[in-house]
Design a protein around this ligand. Structure first.
Ligand SMILES: NC(=O)c1ccc[n+]([C@@H]2O[C@H](COP(=O)([O-])OP(=O)(O)OC[C@H]3O[C@@H](n4cnc5c(N)ncnc54)[C@H](O)[C@@H]3O)[C@@H](O)[C@H]2O)c1
Length: 590
């Protein structure tokens, strides 16, 4: 029989507890908040007062509603005040002994049918539940930070949790206006398990000096539309918290990818915990502030005094989506562009497509007619590579095949004037192998644009061991003039974005394959819990399962990391011809 719950207790009124009190009171429940002592009670009430006042000042809550909400909340340092609560949610620090102690005490205070929930993000709910006399009434109820904002709650059912407890807690979560997903008691649950492994990879990338902190963060926000970059997010979460969650996940599965990066440990030892201590990967104005200040730790790959080469004439080789988009971007920014493709029909078609895209931009009010006309006037098309003899920069965007690209670069090397820079847009091939097809490897660089090039702000600028610094400087300078945000990185498979993105997608597939959660639940967890624009399965179906598999295979071959091996389910779906939206079936049927 469903419980009639009207009163909820919350233990611990810190970051999460105070937010959970607000969520419960907002939905009309009577709430009892319990802290350790009078000072902590006062601090907890302060959090609640501030957060609701902010909502009032932003026009999201009326003053009357705020008063009514606060009127439903009583706070105390006496656990016995929880006696008549039908549900008690614990949000004390992430330490098993503290949580077990709290559960043992509450167990004796509340009625026999009351539900006990823990907000733990990494500890075993089963371990906590066994501190009570009736572990079947214990569940995990994992809110996301900030609790009043994030829609997701993960409900964790242990092997002992009673089905009626689960039903009732799911019902309460809905009454709290949250989107619940129910999962088993596995470290990290859905969202943290997928998120933390990715954040850990970003730390390793930074630790190995593959890219700067700013570039790693910009790559993921601009390349994937994530609300925050991984290192900035770690500063927000707290490095100690992230470490604890990773450590628990690692100990459960012994997967090296979950072993916290050594750098995290050193930073924690040095007190660099993120925003809360005023310094983590970035330095903040003061502890608790989110305002980043200059700290001299930003690095540049281009030494001072290295000048970019003058660039006005640009060649774009290819006639596909990328070549057309890139030609448009250059032409709009005032460069003289020569668009070249072997096939007469195709290069004309590409030019027509480009004109249409410009016209659309005018219609949408994103471009003036004048700029459109000028852009078209800036472009000439040809089927002969010879016209590229006088350009300062060539951007190659032909098919993704090493031998085809090598042959092209050999030709370009013969045709282009000395000092001209040859760039490839490859997303997966080693740039150095393309460079070695020329007699000027120092002048060869990767410029990885994202699709659609007209829209996506990110360009990964990839330098090889041979690329000269003034060539890097030129690529960065050109990107700036194109209104793009360039990030620099080394010449290895996946660059920044794919190396961080695809193993996360692969992990999501493995989670599905293990029947830990459904596609809908996993997608929901990442969207409603982490603010991702798309869930992993939505993204996989959009990118294409064949493309995703190819990238994941390359990453595996490059890093020989066991955890990077493509999930068997992905291989099977590709074999079955379920490639995603383009074949109307992938992880979902479209
Ligand atoms: N911070 C996050 O982003 C986040 C997100 C989801 C879940 N969680 C989980 O929520 C829980 C709380 O985390 P937080 O970030 O709010 O921590 P916090 O340190 O901000 O708050 C913990 C509060 O518990 C109080 N407390 C300690 N012992 C107590 C006791 N015996 N009785 C009553 N109160 C006691 C402390 O005084 C403190 O105010 C942890 O389990 C954490 O893993 C945190």
């Amino acid at each position: 029989m469903a419980r009639e719950i009207t009163k909820i207790g919350v233990i611990g009124l810190g970051t999460m507890g105070a937010g959970i009190v607000e969520v419960c009171a907002r939905s009309g429940f009577e709430v009892v908040g319990v802290e350790m002592n009078a000072d902590a009670v006062e601090r907890g009430r302060g959090h609640l007062q501030n957060s609701t006042s902010r909502a009032v000042s932003r026009g999201k809550m009326s003053e009357e509603d705020q008063q009514a909400l606060l009127g439903r909340v009583t706070t105390t340092d006496d656990l016995s005040a929880l006696a008549d609560c039908g549900l008690v949610i614990e949000a004390v620090p992430e330490v098993l002994s503290i949580k077990r102690d709290v559960f043992g005490k509450v167990d004796d205070i509340v009625a026999d049918d009351a539900i006990l929930a823990t907000n733990t993000s990494s500890l075993s709910v089963t371990d906590i539940a066994t501190a009570t006399r009736a572990p079947s009434r214990v569940v995990g109820l994992h809110f996301f930070n900030p609790a009043p904002v994030q829609k997701l709650v993960e409900i964790i059912a242990t092997v002992i949790t009673a089905p009626d407890v689960l039903e009732d807690i799911r019902d309460i979560a809905r009454r709290l206006d949250k989107e619940p997903v129910v999962v088993g008691d596995q470290a990290g649950f859905i969202a943290n398990r997928l998120l933390l492994a990715y954040l850990n990879r970003a730390v390793s990338m930074y630790e190995n000096r593959y890219a700067s902190r700013e570039d790693i963060d910009a790559a993921m926000t601009l390349g994937c539309g994530l609300p925050m970059g991984p290192l900035a997010l770690l500063d927000l979460i707290g490095l100690d918290v992230a470490y604890a969650v990773l450590d628990t996940i690692y100990k459960e599965g012994r997967d090296k990818l979950h072993a916290p990066s050594p750098m995290l440990k050193h930073m924690i030892a040095a007190g660099l915990l993120g925003r809360k201590t005023g310094r983590g990967f970035y330095t903040y104005e003061k502890p608790g502030s989110g305002k980043v200040v200059e700290d001299g730790a930003s690095t540049s790959v281009v030494p001072a005094g290295v000048e970019p080469r003058p660039t006005t004439k640009v060649g774009v080789v290819g006639s596909g989506t990328m070549a057309t988009g890139i030609a448009e971007v250059f032409a709009k920014s005032g460069y003289e562009v020569k668009l070249v493709s072997r096939h007469a029909g195709r290069v004309e078609q590409a030019f027509e497509g480009l004109k249409k895209s410009l016209a659309k931009a005018v219609q949408r009010g994103k471009l003036t007619d004048e700029v459109r006309e000028q852009a078209i006037a800036n472009i000439s098309i040809s089927t002969a590579l010879d016209v590229l003899s006088d350009v300062d920069l060539v951007v190659e965007a032909i098919s993704e095949e090493l031998s085809t690209k090598q042959a092209m670069f050999e030709n370009l090397d013969e045709i282009c004037k000395p000092g001209a820079i040859l760039a490839t847009t490859t997303s997966s091939l080693p740039v150095i192998q393309v460079a070695m097809a020329t007699k000027r490897p120092a002048d060869v660089i990767g410029m990885h644009f994202f699709n659609p090039a007209q829209v996506m702000k990110l360009v990964e600028v990839v330098s090889t061991v041979s690329t000269s610094t003034d060539v890097v400087a030129t690529a960065l300078d050109v990107c700036e003039k194109l209104g793009k945000r360039a990030v620099t990185c080394g010449d290895r498979s996946g660059f920044i974005v794919n190396t961080l993105l695809f193993p996360y997608l692969n992990d999501a597939i493995k989670m599905l394959e293990a029947h830990y959660a459904t596609t809908d639940d996993i997608d929901l967890a990442m969207k409603a819990g982490c603010g991702y624009p798309m869930g992993p399965f939505e993204l996989l179906d959009t990118v294409g399962l064949d493309v995703s598999l190819a990238i994941q295979r390359e990453l595996y071959l490059e890093f020989r990391e066991r955890g990077f091996a493509p999930a068997p389910l992905l291989e099977h779906l590709v074999k079955a011809g379920y490639l995603g939206r383009k074949t109307e079936r992938g992880f979902r049927t479209h």
